[in-house]
Design a binder for this molecule. Structure first.
Ligand SMILES: [Zn+2]
Length: 145
């Protein structure tokens, strides 16, 4: 996986490094293999195989700002580009890494979920569920406090 990050920010760079270093760790992929996901017919094993390869296209991270100053949106993903809302820079490296995994790996590998407000089934999609699993995995290996 290759990421071009156009935002100069220590926390975002750290999050990218955590993602790049660990997104296809075998211990993490072994857990993905055991899961069943919504919004795809792929088995857990197939999802893990897809994540292991990672997104084929180069992924880009660029800054944007929501019109609404109090927007809680972290960003959105389109055309292999993650538009990161610079009004929401106050999140931890761990939470950002989860969000980057969701967008760049989950969606970057072609997996989807419902748009708009998320329900239980949507939260069981590859982007949401494997993103959450990635966060737990990163916590468990202790590379981030
Ligand atoms: Zn998503």
């Amino acid at each position: 996986m290759k990421i071009i990050c156009t935002i100069k920010d220590k926390k975002i760079e750290d999050s990218c490094n955590v993602l790049l270093t660990h997104f296809n760790d075998q211990d993490f992929l072994n857990m993905v293999c055991l899961e069943k996901f919504s919004y795809t017919n792929d088995s857990g094993v197939e999802v893990a195989r897809r994540i292991k390869i990672g997104p084929i296209a180069i992924q880009k991270i660029v800054a944007y700002k929501t019109k609404w100053p109090w927007s809680s949106v972290l960003g959105y993903y389109e055309n292999n580009t993650y538009f990161l809302n610079t009004r929401k820079m106050d999140i931890s490296v761990l939470d950002r890494a989860e969000n980057l995994f969701h967008e760049l790996v989950g969606h970057g590998c072609g997996y989807t979920h419902k748009e708009g407000k998320q329900d239980a089934e949507s939260l069981n999609s590859v982007p949401y569920k494997s993103g959450e699993m990635f966060k737990s995995y990163i916590k468990s290996i202790g590379v981030l406090k």
